[in-house]
Design a protein around this ligand. Sequence first.
Ligand code: HEC
Ligand code: HEC
Length: 266
Amino acid sequence: MKTGFNKGAARAALVAASLAFGLGLGAAWADEDEHEDHDEGVVAFEIPANPTRAFKLMIGAEVYDNWWETVGTEAPEGTHPAYPAAGKKKGATTWRCKECHGWDYKGAAGAYGSGSHFTGIKGIDGMKGADPAKIEELLRGPTHGFTEEMIPDVAMDYLALFVSEGQEDPSAIIDAATKKVAGDAERGAASYQTVCAKCHGPDGKWINFGSEDDPEYVGTVASGNPWEGLHKVKYGQPGGEMPALLTFDAQAIADILAYAQTLPAK
Ligand code: HEC
Ligand code: HEC
């Protein structure tokens, strides 16, 4: 069972007109009829009156994870035209930034350099510090082909900000060879038990992200794919209720992840 988070209800409540926000016109609440029409430029997250840098980076990182869950639109159909024939994935997942560029932002130079997610495509880390306008141009351009209907301008702005200024090299806390997190599991236990366990349970097994036959829990992700675990803990789950801890200091997050690696994977 997944959690009781009701995306439909939350989205109906939270739909905001991104174009109005983008132009600085302030809060414009769409009514439910408008929401059902899936208006161009409408996003499912509520933008605060004073969106902070942290808020923008959170949304940008969630767009990187899964843009349609973040924006509240339909999953794309077919396989992304730029997805290489040699890759093993197909369908909607090939439209996720992370699928081609990795959870560690290093593409072929990182964890996706081999295995079932291999694409051979480079990472986004080379664009650290780049002009966000250039990044947007690249993403709206022919190789990527992300239209405004897919990723509305406001979400695109936040994504470009994340690529330019938000991404942090995970090798500062994750050892790529052993996947071990440089954190204090004992200190992490305190945060885990008071924050994460509310939803994931003390053993991390309350929510199964996988299937009945192939279950995936907090422990599974933290140990098997700590880069994904780090991204999720810092930025939350796209379109979901999971909080983002990116304002916590990096050591506190590493400690939580180190503790999560001690939780059962099966
Ligand atoms: C289907 C695969 C695919 C997906 C999905 C994808 N990209 Fe790319 N991306 C590419 C390819 C191919 C290149 C060009 C790489 C090259 O020049 O060798 C690229 C290049 C980039 C670059 C430039 C890297 C550099 O240093 O030149 C950035 C930044 C980037 N992508 C960000 C994103 C973001 C953000 C998303 C999600 C909205 C995304 N990409 C989704 C395939 C993809
Ligand atoms: C308010 C509830 C809530 C809290 C608090 C919470 N999560 Fe989550 N978390 C979720 C939900 C819901 C999902 C998405 C589950 C799904 O899509 O199947 C999720 C997803 C995840 C995933 C990714 C699963 C995947 O592979 O897609 C990880 C890892 C995770 N949480 C770890 C944590 C950790 C560690 C903490 C504490 C810092 C935490 N969560 C706090 C609700 C929560």
